[in-house]
Write a protein that binds this ligand. Sequence first.
Ligand SMILES: [Zn+2]
Length: 703
Amino acid sequence: MRPFYNLLLLTVLITACENDKKNTINTMNTTNNPLMEESTLPYHAPDFGKIKNSDFKPAFLKGISEQKEAVEKIANLYNDPTFDNTVLALEKSGILLERVSNVFYGLSGAHTNDSIKAIQEEIAPKLSKLGDAIYLNDKLFNRIKIIYNKRDSLDLDSEAIKLIENYFEDFEIAGANLSAEKKETLKEYNTQLATLTTKFNQTLLEANNAGALLFTDKEALAGLSESQLKALENKEKNGWMIPLQNTTQQPLLQSLTNRETREKLFKSSWNRADGSKNDTKEIIIKIATLRAKKAGVLGFDNYAEWSLQKTMAKNAISVFDMFKGLIPAATKKAQLESEEIQKMINSKGGDFTLEPWDWNYYAEMVRKAKYDLDEDQIKPYFELKTVLEKGVFYAAEKLYGISFKSRSDIPVYHKDVMVYEVFEQNGDKLGLFYGDFFARSSKRGGAWMSNFVTQSKLYNKKPVIYNVCNFSKPAEGEAALLSFDDVSTMFHEFGHALHGFFADQQYPSLSGTAVARDFVEFPSQFNENWALYPDVLKNYAIHNKTKEQIPQALIDKIKKSGTFNQGYSLTENLAASNLDMQWHTIATDRNITDANAFEKEALHNTKLDVVHAVPPRYRSTYFSHVFGSGYAAGYYSYLWTEMLDHDTYNWFKNNGGLTRENGQRFRDMVLSRGNTLNLEKMYKDWRGSDPKIEPMLKARGLK
Ligand SMILES: [Zn+2]
């Protein structure tokens, strides 16, 4: 039994749509429904050639009722509890639900439609209720507890023991130890939270769409290239439409020369869900206070204390301590950067004070002046498929000995999706990889990885893994050229994929990326380092027209500019991470009336508002990681794992860099271990010491 919303590594959004669409999916197709049976394609890959929208709901309903039945059967067994009849039986339950969830949530993120949105809305509270029916089931928990208490005398291997502990802890955290009365309250809260989360996502989706800006005057868009304009063209409305991205800053702010346009775009982003008809302030207050109350019922002072129990950080204090260690250095560097930018504004004759909407535009000028480097020089060397095959795959081959073969015969859900088969050095099969790289309106923002099929020896299954990104799709016949940020994103997501491919677990619920949030971003962030590693870079950075290798002078410039703007990027990240933690450390009886005042105070008290032109990466009102999906009190994970990532890369650098031997060691001791070990110990064993923050500060140019 894997969690229903298999931790996608960025977010799992539960979106929804108009109620009148609900009735379009009432056919109960159970025969000829390809989701009901194991796929017969290689690696049990989903048969997208056969799966229809109308297949999901019946498969979900059957999956939910099957799991409910299986769980009740285990809970009501007359026989004494054993590993096999309880823990293993539980692990084996819900196989249909997992199969349909994996395909459904894959599509709902990467290629959604009205039917999928309607099903999502309908299924969310049902899954929440099922979760309660399992985790708050007294009889079931008592059986698990009996096994847990004598686990060391059962003659089981360490992975089986870890499985017992994992279930026991999950039940305990979910509230299995509570009184019957408290359990009822908890169930009520969980149902309310599931509905509120759906409402948040639904409102935010509309806010994002409504926040898109239409321009009919080309002058207002000065600075954009012809291909950028072409991508924004809206023939119906006779103009150009700029859609909103998830983050506060919008990518086009870097290019727009018209200051009024920049301000308009920025404010549209900043106010998308504040004061408009798609306001989320009331919803987030309700979610945060309800989460606090839930923590209270579970016996904790606040939500963060409850939710951090199984993480590496362990508690809110250690997270705030990490922030405290970073805030002064980050804001100091951001302040220096803002002064440099102000000078640039003045030198260009600008008679105004730097505002957030000016930052990226003038920062780009500073970068050009300081490092003689601009994005347009680099992009021709980063052609998507070459970056993937000769960069991302190449680095993995050098480190881990694996190889890749294109598979155009596997059915995909959209024609842009590329499929590769992955092999071990000795030719053994390792799994299937899907890359879905281009943005489109049916895909939510951001980038993420997940599994269609999870590795497990229990079912003799090898992983089927996908990466989804949102790179701009080139016009027909043109090359797909990436920014360096995009290249890093590709390496990042593939780092998650490697964590999934090297999984070597008996039990699916411990397999691969099923680890704590503040560990799961470690393999992915670490993998980003290879993008600039000389041997790798030279192999993939080939000019798309001249076919020449990237010149050393350009590499040097890229490297030299590596710490550029890091004050900004760390401060905006800390501001968002801090907002998340502040919302989730409110007392259980706290009454909040004004979300904006709360946000302002949270930033002020932590001195994260000292550089006026650096806003948080996400405002509370559109922070979907924490109010729309599973990263509540968890956004700090990205900074936490960044520490692990640089610390690890430092080890590689000191031990010969990109070698098979180093890669194998990392694969054996970390990437293949899934959730079978204590994560702190796993890290320490592999690294030889606890993680240190200095390499991260150095990489960010803060030391
Ligand atoms: Zn990630």
